[in-house]
Design a binder for this molecule. Structure first.
Ligand code: MN
Length: 485
């Protein structure tokens, strides 16, 4: 791949884009990585170009694409983060720094899994753009995974299916999720992949022919009714999502209608429902297969009308109807916000994603203490820290280990004697940072919390527990004196 191909992709989305900084970033990265090879034998810069290309295909703003080109520079070359900052500014440098931090995973096994999740979560809390670059980076690593040893292939593939793809799903980036899953599938489950591939290849040509006839028919009908459509097209199901359905329907392939599906993109919500009427008039719908995700969106924001009909030749075909905005949301999820020049730190929506992710981590960790009763008012003022087991605890900015301890459990707070932050002994009044791993050391002989802690605790929970204890011990103290009389 060449820089020219990258520039062309960007131009296609935005003819007026100023490409000089992209070219400059390419030159910078190319020079820095010069002489380095990928395990495939390609020049290293190919990896940077492919990463940037994926980001440009998502129609993301230039700084993200530039950071994509530069993402491995500080980690793998003599150029430093400072150099990146000097030439490309703080914003790009910050993203590159985020990626660099994310790529250092030192554990194995379950610890690796937890650390991975933790890092993704923290990166996301700081800058959601870093995650998008990481997805693009991972996609190219998967595409070149054939050149890696078998154990690394399996590990990278499983990590993708268990961590990256679900996060992409939660962020609503259907397009990237599908690409990551399909690229990982054949290394994660090689035998199953071959089966599915054969199944699809066998069934696809017949279905496709029917589908093309249906597309023609649908277009004529819509034209007749004067309904404007942006696009009507057939799509093949992605391998991995087909595999998931295959398992869901106990490997009965006749149950899976949407091996190919028809997608209709129209102008307005009213048109969506009108089109559904026309479709059902043309081909009989199958009972129980109509789903209105417009009135009831999926948790990640996905909207569309779904139906399945007996098409021509009695072939069952799934049909999805949506507006263009819904389509962009479905393919790009969080990334679609930039299309509308909304701020990436837009507020409520981001908070919702974070809460959803938090929920999701909760499912994974199955820990009832996690985010217990947490009402995150303003996300910007929260930090996310971790227990040694990887559970996420959210606290207000400026919170200390004492706040953390009381958040976990009153007794942990009461008996708190010492704290380890990121495996180092620290003082109890130290302000916690996003991503810290906090371990409280308790002393069971300790009578109760130190009233001095009131000087620095941030949360109401910690404050009230310390005050209750202080008052109790003070009252105990008084009767002792009076009893002496
Ligand atoms: Mn990389």
């Amino acid at each position: 791949m060449t820089i020219r191909q990258l520039l062309e992709t960007i131009k296609k989305n935005d003819p007026k884009a100023d490409l000089s900084l992209v070219s400059k970033a390419y030159d910078f990265a190319e020079k820095a990585h010069r002489g380095q090879k990928r395990s495939t034998g390609d020049d290293y810069i190919q990896h940077c170009l492919h990463t940037a290309k994926t980001l440009s295909e998502l129609n993301l703003p230039l700084p993200i694409i530039i950071a994509g080109l530069l993402h491995d520079v500080p980690e793998d070359t003599e150029k430093t983060l400072e150099d990146v900052k000097k030439h490309f500014g703080t914003d790009v440098a910050k993203m590159v720094e985020g990626i660099t931090k994310l790529s250092r995973i030192k554990y194995r096994g379950i610890d690796r899994y937890v650390e991975n999740l933790r890092k993704m979560f923290v990166a996301m809390a700081q800058d959601i753009r870093v995650i998008l670059i990481k997805f693009a980076d991972r996609l190219h690593n998967l595409q070149t995974l054939y050149a890696q040893p078998a154990n690394k292939q399996k590990r990278t593939a499983m990590e993708t299916l268990e961590i990256y793809a679900p996060i992409a799903n939660r962020l609503g980036i259907g397009e990237l999720q599908a690409r990551l899953e399909d690229a990982a599938f054949k290394y994660a489950y090689p035998d199953e992949f071959i089966n599915i591939e054969q199944l699809i290849k066998k069934n696809f040509p017949i279905k496709k022919k029917n589908l093309n006839n249906m597309i023609r028919k649908a277009k004529t009908k819509l034209d007749k009714q004067g309904i404007k459509y942006y696009d009507i097209y057939g799509r093949t199901k992605h391998y991995y999502s087909f595999y998931r359905k295959f398992l869901k329907f106990n490997k009965d392939v006749t149950q899976i209608y949407d091996l190919v599906a028809l997608r209709i993109v129209v102008d307005s919500v009213a048109d969506c429902y009108a089109v559904m009427g026309i479709i059902h008039n043309t081909w009989p719908p199958i009972k129980g297969r109509i789903k209105d995700y417009i009135a009831q969106p999926k948790p990640n924001g996905y909207q569309s009308l779904h139906t399945a009909v007996f098409g021509d030749d009695q072939e069952i075909v799934e049909i999805q109807i949506r507006t263009q905005k819904m389509h962009e949301q479905a393919e790009l999820g969080v990334a679609s916000h930039w299309l509308y020049k909304e701020s990436p730190k837009a507020g409520k929506k981001e908070v919702d994603w974070m809460l959803e992710l938090a929920d999701w981590l909760k499912e994974i960790k199955d820990n009832s203490k996690f985010l217990e009763g947490a009402k995150i008012d303003v996300f910007q003022n929260r930090i996310f820290v971790f227990t040694p087991r990887g559970d996420v605890i959210d606290l207000p900015e400026g919170a200390t280990p004492i706040d953390f301890a009381f958040h976990i459990h009153t007794e942990i707070g009461n008996k708190c004697a010492q704290v380890m932050i990121n495996n180092q002994i620290s003082s109890l009044d130290k302000k916690l940072n996003n991503g810290d791993v906090v371990q409280i050391v308790t002393d069971k002989n300790r009578k109760g919390p130190n009233p001095e802690w009131l000087k620095f605790v941030k949360t109401r929970t910690a404050r009230s527990h310390i005050e209750v204890y202080k008052n109790k011990s003070w009252k105990k103290f008084i009767p002792k004196f009076s009893n002496k009389k």
